[in-house]
Design a protein around this ligand. Structure first.
Ligand code: ATP
Ligand code: MG
Length: 412
């Protein structure tokens, strides 16, 4: 792709933002703030989020999920029926259009349960595993951390429906494994920690936390097993156990819940078991913060020059800057593109300094610079953003070299 045909604008100077991720992502032209906790995603962010979503999608499909897209609007009466409207913790985060009594979806247990009712008659129809990528709306009182806490944000939410507690438990563990694989593929080391059921009313939920000093959560962890507890349930732990654990700050990137038969009972979601008896369906819900993940990656992977997003989520793998007449740059671009590499040719009419600064700010994993000096020896300069390592590569070997670097990096 040519940068002259792709809309993106970096910023030279910018006022301080509420967080590192908001500052860097806005400066690098990924996002544009609309209001506190409300952002527009610009083309660079869309490409990164699509990559994050694709990794999550592959793992959810592997888990047996079927992808759906539910409506963001939900009738208030369904929330009354589930009893959640009475729960003030819940009600305080929900946006409501009082003219039509519709809420803007903060989460989707109600519509999912209602929809599944039509497809489940007997035990043979279970389990059902549905998931979606969706924009969620929540009245967050502290929307002060860029993409980490939005009032409008992107989430992957999955809902599972089972015939009994045992099959729910089994799936819950499989989902936890799939979450760990997902975060690892994204370049993140996630800890599985026990937390309160929170506003969902279950006994304990499991959170997936990524260690980060600027994170909102405080967790007690064992670094060996990568497990621990959210300090919100600290008072339920034995003092001796707590002493052995490390107290660290973290970002919750995912959360899984046992819902029991709460929704099945509220919406009369029943099935006939093998003996012909009507039973309530057991449910679980499983969330991943897609936009929060982009914020987390920006918060963790950066330096004084800008973003250093991992290769598998960076918007493009390679940028080419040609400081001569542009012919070689175009040629290398075409060769890389033909080899299936996501390459961007910086063909803007801008000074070399601007192009080099932008390349670091956006953080393309590989930067290729063609100059009169390297051209003399038939070479091109290759810089790896993550390590800063520079090499001179023969022009005829560039596709081979870049492909090798990218496949090495993709293996996480
Ligand atoms: P938190 O404790 O951070 O408010 P939550 O328990 O309300 O999170 P869930 O309702 O389980 O979160 O949502 C699933 C996932 O969606 C979370 O693990 C998180 O990654 C993401 N998420 C939740 N709220 C927000 C938000 N306001 N902005 C961005 N992502 C969010
Ligand atoms: Mg919350």
């Amino acid at each position: 792709m040519k940068l002259s045909q792709f809309y993106t604008k970096t910023r030279r100077s910018m006022a301080a933002q509420d967080s590192i991720n908001a500052y860097l992502l806005e400066k690098a032209g990924f996002i544009s703030q609309v209001a506190a906790g409300v952002y527009a995603y610009l083309p660079m962010a869309v490409r990164s989020m699509q990559k994050i979503e694709q990794i999550v999608r592959e793992e959810m499909n592997e888990l047996g999920g079927s992808e759906v897209v539910f409506s963001a609007l939900q009738p208030k009466k369904t929330w009354e029926q589930s009893g959640r409207w009475e729960d003030k913790n819940f009600r305080q985060i929900v946006y409501l259009d009082t003219d039509v009594d519709m809420t803007f979806g903060a989460t989707h247990e109600e519509p999912m349960t209602i929809a599944v009712k039509q497809g489940v008659q007997s035990y043979r129809d279970l389990p059902v595993i549905l998931y979606q990528f969706q924009t969620k709306f929540r009245k967050e009182l502290r929307a002060k951390s860029g993409l980490l806490r939005g009032r409008e944000f992107r989430m992957k939410d999955l809902y599972s429906f089972h015939s009994d507690e045992k099959s729910h438990q089994q799936f819950y563990e499989e989902a936890a494994e799939a979450y760990l694989t997902t975060f690892e593929r994204l370049g993140l080391e996630a800890y599985r920690v026990k937390a309160s059921g929170g506003i969902f009313g279950a006994e304990h939920s499991d959170e997936f936390q990524v260690l980060c000093e600027t994170g909102e959560d405080e967790i007690l962890v064992d670094h060996q097993t990568k497990t621990g507890f959210n300090t919100e349930i600290e008072n339920q732990l034995k003092v001796v156990d707590v002493k052995k654990l490390d107290r660290v700050k973290a970002i919750e990137v995912g959360n899984i819940f046992h819902l029991g038969t709460k929704y099945a009972e509220a919406f009369d979601l029943k099935y006939l078991d093998a003996s012909g008896t009507r039973q309530s369906v057991w449910m679980g819900s499983y969330g991943i913060g897609i936009s929060r993940l982009l914020g987390t990656l920006a918060e963790l992977f950066n330096d004084e020059n800008g973003l250093k997003l991992p290769r598998q989520v960076a918007p493009f793998a390679v940028v080419i800057i040609d400081l001569t007449n542009g012919k070689t740059g175009r040629k290398v671009h075409d060769l890389l593109e033909k080899a299936g590499i996501e390459v961007l040719l910086d063909d803007r009419d801008e000074p070399p300094g601007t192009k080099l600064v932008d390349a670091d700010l956006i953080g393309y994993p590989i930067r290729l610079v063609h100059s009169a000096k390297t051209a003399q020896d038939g070479k091109i300069e290759l810089k790896e953003r993550a390590s800063g390592k520079m090499t001179l590569v023969n022009l005829e070997d560039v596709v081979k070299h870049v492909s090798r670097l990218l496949s090495l990096k993709a293996k996480v």
